[in-house]
Design a protein around this ligand. Structure first.
Ligand code: NAP
Length: 312
């Protein structure tokens, strides 16, 4: 199967490349790289691993993109959230050449429309795909382990945490689905090879935990109690209202507060809610396919074998 990936140098994209290269089925991968990034070490690394690299500006002439997509069966987007609009061109070109499946950039927590601006923008791209009648699969993966753990007093986690989660949202008892970003590609390899997932949304996550359960797990493995700042629901609501008033689109603060509200207060990011919203659940489709556990992830960091995401 010929697979083209936009965003192959990013965190999600790299995981997808890894998952496809390791999969039982055989995938030939093309990374679509913007011209300004061609010299990046991450691109050289892709080439060294047998990935075909092509360069095109998604905002450039459509003919170039169409030519690149001609031999492709599946197009996957894991583009930066600020560049989502470029998926309009990408999916339109995919329709012209008749790709068999287009996987838009979702890769996040489950939620209905109207809760998170970023999610709504992704849904608008899906509306465009629907208008094109382009075959698609949406894949959401829950919240990454890599941005789930709190810092601990000794500082032993610090080298591996890019965004320590020491904010306890309201009761801390709301379950939310989690996945190690490095396992996303393992799920993707299964999902894009499966006719059952065509024109469907799939929720591929590894485990579901509440914040209190995560704190208890960290305490069990480290014998340290993380210090937390409690954020009651009402306080988050006023932070959200303020960030929305600023009216600058999808900015970092607003994005964070909207995610917290969705997975930490509303409880949107659960398999039950995903089923309600019409998702298939990867665990039901492929019971033998499971990412690493949160406990394994924590232990890896304690053993000094962790790594920060976005270090490239
Ligand atoms: N579930 C979670 O907890 C979680 C956490 C973080 C992100 N996400 C989601 O995951 C998705 C991907 O985010 P990420 O953090 O994995 O990505 P990332 O590491 O920020 O990488 C973004 C990728 O997009 C590429 N890109 C950006 N603008 C481009 C353009 N104009 N043309 C072509 N390529 C472009 C970048 O390529 P260059 O090398 O050219 O820069 C890079 O490969 C987003 O939808 C985000 O919302 C989910």
């Amino acid at each position: 199967m010929q697979v083209a990936i936009v965003g192959a140098t990013g965190e999600t994209g790299r995981s997808i490349v890894d998952g496809l290269l390791k999969a039982e089925s055989s995938f030939e991968i093309t990374a679509i790289i913007r011209p300004s990034s061609l010299a990046k070490p991450a691109v050289q690394n892709l080439k060294a691993r047998g990935v075909r690299v092509v360069s095109v500006d998604l905002q450039g002439p459509r003919a170039e993109l169409v030519e690149i997509l001609k031999p492709i069966d599946v197009v996957i987007s894991a583009i930066h959230y600020q560049s989502l609009d470029e998926e309009i061109t990408l999916s339109s070109a995919a329709k012209i050449v008749g790709v068999k499946r287009y996987v838009p950039c979702f890769w996040a927590t489950v939620a209905p429309r109207g809760v998170m601006l970023l999610r709504d923008r992704k849904e608008e791209i899906l509306d465009h795909i629907h208008r094109l009648r382009l075959p698609y699969t949406v894949i959401d993966v829950g919240w990454w382990y890599e941005i789930t753990l709190p810092a601990i007093p000794s500082g032993r986690f610090d080298y591996a945490l890019v965004a320590p989660q020491n904010n306890l949202l309201d009761s801390g008892d709301v379950p939310s689905a989690l996945t190690d970003v490095r396992d996303v590609g393992v799920y993707v390899a299964k999902i894009i090879s499966d006719p059952q997932t065509l024109n469907k949304k799939v929720f591929a996550f590894t485990e579901t935990r509440t914040q209190n359960e995560i704190l208890a797990l960290v305490e069990k493995l480290t014998s340290e109690r993380p210090e937390v700042t409690k954020i009651p629901a009402a306080e988050l609501e006023s932070k959200l209202a303020e960030a929305r008033k600023a009216g600058t689109g999808i900015n970092r603060d607003l994005g964070q507060y909207e995610y917290w509200n969705s997975w930490g207060i509303r409880g949107d990011n659960t398999p039950e809610n995903a089923r309600y919203l019409g998702y298939l659940i990867a665990e039901d489709l492929y019971p033998g396919v499971k990412g690493r556990s949160l406990e394994t992830f924590v232990q890896e960091i304690l053993d000094g074998k962790g790594a920060k995401v976005y270090s490239e």
